[in-house]
Design a protein around this ligand. Structure first.
Ligand code: BGC
Length: 759
């Protein structure tokens, strides 16, 4: 790189750099670092996001070569089950410390794509099927990380909802689901947490590769949401750079050895590419590099910090476990073990008990500083004798009768059996999607055999994406969903099993009854480079609710070792009419302290728009001692109440009655309150192509056309005919009235009327 008179930290010095240097700032220096030029420093970007993956040996983006040890917090799919933004923010801050210690300036996360299908191969890296939950938790993560002077890279923007054909497939989606479901979390995080970078995804949207999409990278991201950071490509997403730069991409990663930089210089020289665009991109990269460099801190990852981060990973793991089911046996709940009346031994079964499945495969694969074994910690925390048998293998080699017999014998001799089931690491990874929801047959066979000799059976599940739990639910009286919990998962599981921690996690995705019931079933993963998002707005619970489908476990579900009662709810609009505040009293009616996540879902029963029966618009939590009561206040903001109006191309708060349901899950609603919002009417200018129905909704037109219409529909003749006529007429375009009126209404009259009412 050539060197230039050092300048201030402004951007003018970047504009003064030779074109070759400005072009070079738009691509990497190598696999993980940006280019330096003039006095613009180079910075390091590194994968995560649930821990740092700073590679030590060779570089690759698939997580195959080794990386330095780092705390492995729960991956997004596990962590989201905590419904706890404060916890997520603390994890972000801890990650910043680890990044600072490793001299890393940007961590490549969070992944905030919506889990459109439970088969999505990277679902374990994403938070939820719901955009509100994703947006709130993603905001917390970015806020925590950036508070430590390390930048986030919000990814994968946008609609990277599957792995099949991921570098090319076009997600073909309508405008409302695009904005209301798939872009919504990105918008919230950009507006509230101001991430330093956004990562442009590999795929295309509605036929246009995102890297070429000015609409996404500039019109929506920058102009509509006010993003002022750097748009970086996913690794290897960019082929030809010119169109990407023109669309709003600032930084192509990783380095291609300089070929694209030369292409950019040539294109500017021959007038193909506007020089100013190249300069602006270089200025953005320079601003990022300077800001990140200025925020560098001395942090040492001494033993005490590693220990403290491990303790945080354990706390997060325990907080993220969902108690799916906890039936009674002999008049007592099966869990927690310490209170269930168990006096004899505990049979622990399944290889995941020894080495838990704690993260998924691919670029987010972290090399943990420590790894808790559930088995060791169960032994540690229980006074009762604990036996262990594998029962099956996770290498796909099928049923092993010897292993099975040993496990069954243990179960028969014990007071309770804890069976660890789940997907093996090679079943879930970046790069491919799953093809079904089933647990391996040998695992279900083992569970059946154990259940035949033991009534008290607890199943602990390890997996990223949703599983078919039909048979597990039939067989096991108690089930813990341990999802993927990071390096502290073993302790978290032991804490919840024994009762040290009272579980409070809630599902962040529906567990469907059958794959065929899932929203994207008929359109996933698409064909010939296209996948049609035919379910529209009806993603996740929005679909199961709209179709009134039975599910195995609903979105938001999660039991506790205590119980909670909800009082009547109150609600009122904000002073400016933009949002709603709801309040409800919650009482701990059981015998243990516990935390309840209170969920607020909104319905607009008289809406004129297509809407899901209810959508999550807010949540909060209360932690209560037995008998204690507290009021919780939840604010629902305008962004969570609006719909995207396709006629006007913007978000609109519809006037009318909003019903807010407060519940313990999406299908366990305990209280509701109605609030009227003034909202805003969308006035679309009337044309001769407008329908009579649309025109009559405008009072001045109704009045002007009233007499004529009365004659035509015959008003209500008493036999209901008039009413039907009016309905039929509602869909007639205005200019057709000229014909239907036999000429008594003229085009000139209509045009004059329209001019008057359109103003
Ligand atoms: C993944 C990104 C990752 C990048 C760098 C890509 O293949 O999609 O999530 O950050 O590689 O490893």
């Amino acid at each position: 790189m050539s060197h230039h008179t050092p300048h201030t930290t402004g951007t003018d010095d970047v504009a003064a750099l030779p074109l070759a240097d400005r072009a070079a700032l738009g691509s990497g220096k190598n696999f993980w670092q940006t280019q330096d030029a003039g006095d613009v420093p180079s910075i390091t970007l590194t994968d995560g996001p649930h821990g740092l993956r700073k590679q030590t040996g060779g570089v690759d983006h698939l997580g195959l070569s080794g990386s330095a040890p780092a705390t492995c917090f729960p991956p997004a799919a596990g962590l989201s089950q905590s419904w706890d933004p404060d916890l997520v923010e603390r994890i972000g801050a801890a990650l910043a410390d680890e990044a600072q210690a490793a001299d890393v300036q940007v961590v490549l996360g969070p992944g905030v794509n919506i889990t459109r299908s439970p088969l999505g191969g990277r679902n374990f890296e994403y938070y939820s099927e719901d955009p509100h939950l994703t947006g709130v938790l993603g905001t917390a993560w970015v806020t925590g990380l950036q508070s430590g002077g390390v930048g986030a890279s919000l990814k994968h923007f946008a609609l990277n909802n599957q792995e099949t054909d991921r570098m090319r497939v076009s997600a073909d989606v309508d405008q409302r689901p695009l904005h209301e479901i798939y872009l919504r979390a990105f918008r919230r995080i950009v507006e509230d947490a101001r991430p330093w970078t956004v990562m442009c995804s590999y795929n295309a949207v509605n036929g246009v590769p995102v890297r070429h999409s000015r609409e996404l990278l500039t019109d929506i991201l920058r102009d509509e949401w006010g993003f002022d950071g750097v748009v970086v490509s996913d690794w290897g997403a960019v082929g030809g750079r010119l169109r990407s730069v023109a669309a709003g991409l600032d930084l192509q990663m990783p380095s291609d050895g300089g070929a694209a930089d030369e292409e950019v210089v040539r294109a500017v020289s021959n007038g193909q590419l506007d020089e100013q665009t190249v300069t602006v991109a270089a200025q953005r990269v320079a601003a990022l590099a300077r800001r990140a460099t200025a925020a560098r801190r001395e942090v040492s990852l001494d033993d005490a910090t590693v220990e403290a981060h491990h303790a945080l990973a354990r706390e997060a793991a325990a907080r993220s476990i969902v108690l799916l089911k906890n039936d009674e046996a002999d008049g007592r709940h099966i869990l927690p073990i310490a209170a269930s009346g168990v006096t004899g031994s505990v049979a622990v079964i399944g290889p995941f008990a020894e080495t838990s499945r704690y993260q998924g495969g691919g670029s987010s694969h972290v090399n943990p500083t420590r790894l808790d074994s559930p088995l060791e910690l169960i032994k540690d925390r229980l006074a009762a004798p604990v036996t262990y048998a594998a029962g099956f293998t996770t290498d796909g080699s099928g049923r092993h009768s010897g292993l099975l017999a040993e496990a069954v014998e243990d179960a028969a001799n014990a007071d309770i059996a804890v069976v660890f089931l789940g997907l093996s690491p090679d079943q879930e990874s970046e790069g491919f999607d799953r093809t079904d929801l089933a647990l391996p047959a040998e695992q279900l066979g083992l569970l059946r055999a154990v259940r035949a000799v033991q009534d008290r059976v607890v199943v602990v599940l390890s997996h990223g994406g949703a599983l078919d739990l039909t048979e597990v639910t039939e067989l096991a009286p108690a089930i813990l969903d341990a999802n993927l919990l990071g390096q502290g998962g073993g302790a978290g599981i032991a804490d919840v099993l024994t009762g040290e921690v009272n579980p409070s996690g809630k599902l962040a995705g529906t567990v469907p009854a059958r794959l065929a019931d899932t929203p994207a079933f008929l359109d996933f993963p698409g064909e010939h480079g296209h996948v049609r998002y035919s379910e529209g707005l009806f993603v996740g619970y929005r679909w199961y609710d709209a179709r009134n489908l039975r599910v195995a476990y609903p979105f938001g579900h999660g039991l506790s070792y205590t119980t909670f009662a909800y009082d009547e709810a109150y609600g009122q609009p904000d002073d400016d009419g933009d949002g709603i505040t709801v309040t409800v009293g919650v009482t701990n009616t059981g015998r243990r302290a516990g935390r309840e996540v209170v969920q607020a879902y909104v319905s607009v029963p008289d809406s004129g728009q297509v809407r899901a029966p209810k959508v999550l618009a807010g949540f909060g939590s209360v932690t209560l001692e037995p008998g204690e009561r507290e009021e919780i206040e939840i604010h629902l903001g305008r962004r969570d109440l609006e719909y995207r109006d396709v006629r006007s191309g913007r978000f609109v708060l519809e006037p009318g009655r909003y019903v807010v349901h407060l519940g313990s899950s999406s299908r366990d609603l305990r209280a509701s309150v109605e609030v009227d919002l003034e909202g805003e009417d969308v006035r679309v200018p009337l044309t001769l192509e407008s329908t009579l129905g649309e025109a009559l909704a405008v009072p001045a037109v109704a009045e002007a056309l009233g007499g004529f219409l009365g004659g035509l529909t015959g008003e209500d003749s008493g036999d209901g005919l008039g009413v039907d006529m009016a309905k039929m007429m509602a869909s007639i375009p205005l200019d057709r009235i000229i014909t239907f009126s036999g000429g008594s209404v003229t085009r000139e009259q209509l045009e004059e009327l329209l001019e008057r009412v359109n103003g």
